[in-house]
Design a protein around this ligand. Structure first.
Ligand SMILES: [Zn+2]
Length: 266
């Protein structure tokens, strides 16, 4: 059984010195690819470098909604430069209205630019939405369906919105938050998603899952993905093997445009 971690942050300063170990432990756990998302211009280069060094790392470039205040005058050029220079996806990008510091209008404008690039360059997009569902749905209606789809990472919305997102071609990504026995909303979301539309992620180094033998440092790693998948499958009510196969095939379909470009370079 193979796995793809559809959303993580391997550039993070808490783990950057351990990437060789993290990549090798991921490989041993059958985590075949790790989609590592940059969050601001400052970590574009590091994310690019990691993807050159480790063939299992798929880079995404974008400005995280928490960090829209950090953008330089040249952010659009820089973003496009990295997207064109590397087989890569777009993200992490999105809107987060729980964050009180980042200006909402700026968040929406920055996100819309990423969305437009996803359409123009036909790249998958890694989307972060928190407490901004109405604004997001309004935006989808305005901007329309993408040719190459994207994913909503660590889905925290309600089950009844899922058909809307599926209609727009989006995938729903589940993280270690599904392993929290108290998380009822996400369990309902797991039951509400089509089997062709869910993928899995760790959001490494964050969202440390509820594991039977937790590590002391509580820094998440892609190697934990199979354990997350096992718990998610039981909460969905699907056999582990069937669940993992769907998740893997769905991620392959989603990241297909990048994987094709990657192959062309190897
Ligand atoms: Zn993230």
């Amino acid at each position: 059984m193979l796995f793809i971690d559809s959303h993580c942050h391997l550039h993070d300063s808490r783990i950057i010195s351990n990437i060789p170990g993290i990549a090798s432990r991921a490989g041993t756990a059958n985590v075949r690819y790790m989609v590592s998302c940059a969050t601001m211009e400052e970590n574009f280069e590091l994310t690019a470098k990691l993807s050159k060094q480790f063939p299992s790392i798929i880079p995404c470039f974008g400005i995280h909604p928490w960090f829209v205040d950090s953008i330089s005058q040249r952010w659009k050029d820089r973003l496009e430069h990295y997207l064109l220079a590397y087989p890569s996806g777009i993200g992490e990008t999105g809107i987060d209205f729980t964050d009180k510091t980042a200006d909402r209008d700026v968040q929406v404008k920055v996100f819309e630019h990423h969305f437009m690039l996803a359409r123009e360059l036909e790249r998958p997009i890694n989307i972060h939405i928190r407490n901004a569902w109405d604004t997001f749905i309004h935006m989808l209606k305005k901007m329309g369906k993408l040719k190459v789809p994207g994913l909503i990472h660590s889905y925290s919305g309600s089950a009844d919105m899922i058909p809307i997102f599926e209609k727009y071609g989006l995938y729903i990504s589940f993280s270690g938050s599904v392993t929290n026995p108290k998380a009822k909303k996400v369990a309902r979301a797991l039951k509400g998603v089509s089997k062709e539309r869910f993928v899995l992620e760790t959001d490494t180094p964050d969202i440390y899952p509820y594991l039977s033998e937790p590590e002391e440092n509580r820094l998440n790693e892609p190697k934990n993905l199979p354990a997350i998948a096992r718990i998610a499958s039981s909460r969905m009510g699907m056999g582990f093997e069937e669940f993992a196969t769907h998740a893997h095939n769905n991620s392959l379909a989603l990241f297909h445009p990048i994987l094709e470009k990657k192959k062309g370079r190897e």
